[in-house]
Design a binder for this molecule. Structure first.
Ligand SMILES: O=C(NC/C=C/[C@H]1O[C@@H](Sc2ccncc2)[C@H](O)[C@@H]1O)c1cc([N+](=O)[O-])cc(O)c1O
Ligand SMILES: [Mg+2]
Length: 215
């Protein structure tokens, strides 16, 4: 049967990128998705905003919800200092298998912990299983209807503390209205919208950065 789109993205990485060079992996995926087949990576334009937030926060522990092919995982991990890591949750085993190979090709496997499973099942175990005290940065890019329930779950589990930064993709397209309403109206978050475009297109989209102010 036909290969899957994630398999074709991995092939593009293996053909065009240099092992151990994360930037070449990012460039290969962006070129493939801009000129061959669109795919739901955060992309180069929103990716630059993601980079600036990661650099500004300089996080020790990052949680990514929704790995897909590992594009944003590589973008985040390449900016982390030694000792810092990103835990990324992926529900689909086929996507997870591709992402592991993309992350390995970039040479960043030591900074990444890819966990197969659903965010709702894994978040309550984060402290016990990974020894996480609280996340410095959370990148939300999974099922859009899970953004709000998972944020509330992270709060309940004490994984969001004063200063934790939430960065959410697709708050305009496909859109996460209930999440946006929550973080923008809650007195416990300071929110900012970074206007941009849906990856590889001219449609509007953006990232919402929300800093937790504590209880
Ligand atoms: O639907 C989108 N993203 C959903 C992403 C979902 C990813 O997260 C898990 S679900 C999961 C992972 C972890 N825990 C629970 C569920 C899926 O297996 C997929 O890898 C999307 C759509 C568009 N678009 O234009 O249509 C653009 C984007 O940038 C998008 O991110
Ligand atoms: Mg997205």
């Amino acid at each position: 049967t036909r290969t899957s789109r994630p398999q074709r993205i991995l092939k593009a990485v293996q053909r065009k990128a240099t092992v151990g060079d994360p930037q070449s992996v990012i460039t290969a995926i962006d070129h493939f998705c801009r000129h061959r087949e669109w795919a739901m990576n955060v992309g180069d334009e929103k990716g630059s905003i993601l980079d600036s937030v990661v650099s500004e926060v300089s996080p020790v522990t990052v949680l990514e919800l929704g790995t897909y092919c590992g594009y944003s995982t590589v973008r985040i991990a390449r900016l982390l200092p030694p000792g810092a890591c990103v835990i990324t949750l992926e529900f689909n085993p086929d996507y997870a298998a591709i992402a592991r190979q993309v992350i390995k090709w970039s040479g960043l496997e030591d900074k990444v912990q890819l966990v197969e499973g659903a965010s709702g099942d894994w978040i309550p175990w984060m402290k016990e299983h990974f020894g996480v005290q609280a996340f410095d940065l959370v990148f939300l890019d999974h099922w859009k209807e899970r953004y709000l329930p998972d944020t509330k779950l992270l709060e309940e589990c004490g994984l969001i503390q004063k200063g934790t930064v939430l960065l959410a993709d697709n708050v305009i397209c496909p859109g996460t209205p209930d999440y946006l309403e929550y973080v923008r109206n809650s007195p416990r978050y300071n929110s900012h919208y970074y206007r941009s475009h849906l990856e590889y297109t001219k449609a509007e989209d953006g990232l919402e950065k929300s800093v937790f102010l504590g209880y």
